[in-house]
Design a protein. Sequence first.
Length: 275
Amino acid sequence: EKVYLNGSIVPHQDAKISVFDRGFIFGDGIYEVMVQINGSFFYKEAHLNRLKDGLQKVNIKFDVDILPKEISKLLEASELTNKDCMLYIQITRGVAPRQHSYPADILPTVMMYAIPKVLPDINEIDAKVITRDDFRWSRCDIKMTSLLGNVMLNEEAMQYDCYETIMHRNGLYTEASHSNVFFVKDNVVYTHPADEYILNGITRIIVLDLCKSLNIEINESPISIDDLTTIDEAFLTGTITQIASIKQIDEHILYTGNKKGPITRKLQEALLKLK
Ligand code: PMP
């Protein structure tokens, strides 16, 4: 497995960074994940633009425009050119003596790797999820490498043999530990607005666009935990998750077996057609 590190492509065992890298010490970094399907990265521009935005929000100075060429080199070295794969990109603030403030001339650490990945057959997933209070900070719009909150919340789902943990803040569903969440109620698709309490998923944006082209009504406002029993359908979205139908939220059963709702199914089929 090859790793791209600061302009070099090396075997992963040889990719070494300083223990004083602020990514290691503080989780001071931004990351991105995208998938190559049928020879091209799905919504590559949107992913790279989000990376650019994230870096800007935390004042890490790095020129994202150099990446497409570097990604091509990495794929070639990894023998993944035109193959279905997952690409991980991480840019941390760089190496400096440990203190919260950082030097103005610090150089970012850029790391990428690509591994073969065939996306799961979305139709096979009928997810059970748990819900937890969203105890994360209030800048969830930043795709940062400090993911301890998400890790803790996701781990609980694993312990309950569930697919994901959906979070709620002040009684309103926000998102899940590594995906966005949508609800369907009376043929209207609801999802939390793209403010500072959620990551604005690229798949979330694609699904909203698909709703528009399919003439499905959208309401970008949060659903209250008190309205759980009035929900007709629910699903998760994410780059790897794609659109995963939810069959059970805590003790509340939305459907049994594989009888997912018609709007979820319609959106899954439409997403598949884009690839
Ligand atoms: N929310 C969180 C917290 C995530 O980690 C992710 C996946 N990275 C998403 C939403 C979905 O984003 P995307 O559709 O861009 O993968």
